[in-house]
Structures are given as C-alpha cells and as structure tokens.
Design a protein. Structure first.
Length: 190
C-alpha cells in the first residue's frame, strides 16, 4: 500500500497505494503503498492467478529472460488496496504499482499476511533498489508500521513474495520489461 505524504508533522491516515505505503515525510515526498541487463522483452499477458477475483488488469514483467505474470495497480483505489488482506500470492507472480508519476515511494505492510520483496523501478524501467523480506506487522497501529521508501524517485513498484526478487534476477541496475494495459475510466489512461 502507499500513502500520500503531507507536509505535516503528524502522520495522516490517507492511504494512497497498495499493500505497502505510508508516510511521515515532508513536502515533495509521496508515499505509495508501487532489471536485468540484457534480453528485456515485453509481452501481452494472460490473467495472473487471483487477478480475476481482484478485477485488476494484468501484464507480464520480464527480467533477465525470466517472465512473471503480475496484476497492475494503476488507480488510486487499486494502489490503496494492493495485496492487503490476501492470504497468499502465487509463486512467480506479483503486483506492479504504476504510481502515475515519478516520486519517492513509501510503502507499508498494513493488513498484510505474508512477507514481500519490494522492487523500486525507475521510469526508464531500471531497478533502483530492492527491499527484501519485508515482514507483516499484524496488530500494529498505523502510526507504528515500518515505512519502506524508494532510494530514489521511481515510477513503479513491484511486490513479490519474499525471496523471489533475488531468485528471479531483480537486482540494482537490472533492466525490466513490461507493457502497461489500459486503465479504463481514468483520465490519461494508457
């Protein structure tokens, strides 16, 4: 999940993303709670497991010759819900958050039930960093949840099962390939 950060000293309960966002930052920071070097390709996607139930569009993400199916969270409502309240995520699948613009992304583990890797991806589709083995915090109050921030401003965040980022080749500097499906009913949809 992600949250929009407001320039206040108080944490505001405005959740703006998916399965991992939160904020306590200052102006110019947005909390959103959303690499291989060669062989980057983008492909059309078949529905990812669980996508039909969530009603989210899907695509494929390719890194280093490996391809996974992902759900795409490109609307505020989809980013806000993210992977929260799910019991599992199928192996070699994930959720790709399109933040809609380049910004510092801040995610949290609100209402998460399983650990994740968070892959921070630039607008140029290069991995800027990976937060690994991010653990759920059941029962934690919103103000007590750990916040995870991108190391640089990014356009996309990919959430995967914990351990999947390294196994699949998502590492700093890796090139990532994907096509974004259209977002219906949203101004500026692609």
């Amino acid at each position: 999940m992600w949250r929009a950060v407001v320039p206040l000293a108080v944490v505001v309960g405005l959740v703006v993303a998916v399965a991992c966002g939160g904020s306590s930052g200052g102006a110019g920071t947005a909390t959103v709670g959303v690499r291989a070097t060669a062989g980057v390709t983008a492909t059309a996607a078949a529905p990812a497991v669980g996508a039909a139930a969530a009603g989210l569009p899907t695509t494929h993400v390719t890194v280093g010759g490996r391809t996974i199916s992902v759900e795409v969270a490109a609307t505020e409502a989809a980013r806000e819900q993210g992977l929260s309240d799910r019991d599992t995520l199928p192996e070699d699948s994930g959720m790709l958050f399109d933040l809609g613009q380049v910004k510092t992304a801040t995610f949290w583990m609100k209402d998460m039930r399983f650990p994740l890797d968070m892959v921070w991806i630039t607008e140029g589709r290069t991995v800027a960093g990976v937060a690994t083995d991010v653990q759920p915090q059941p029962g934690a109050a919103d103000g007590d949840l750990t916040l995870y921030r991108s190391p640089v401003p990014v356009r996309y965040v990919l959430e995967l099962n914990a351990g999947a980022a390294a196994r699949l080749g998502f590492s700093d500097g890796a090139r990532v390939g994907f096509d974004l499906p259209p977002v219906s009913g949203t101004p500026g949809a692609r």
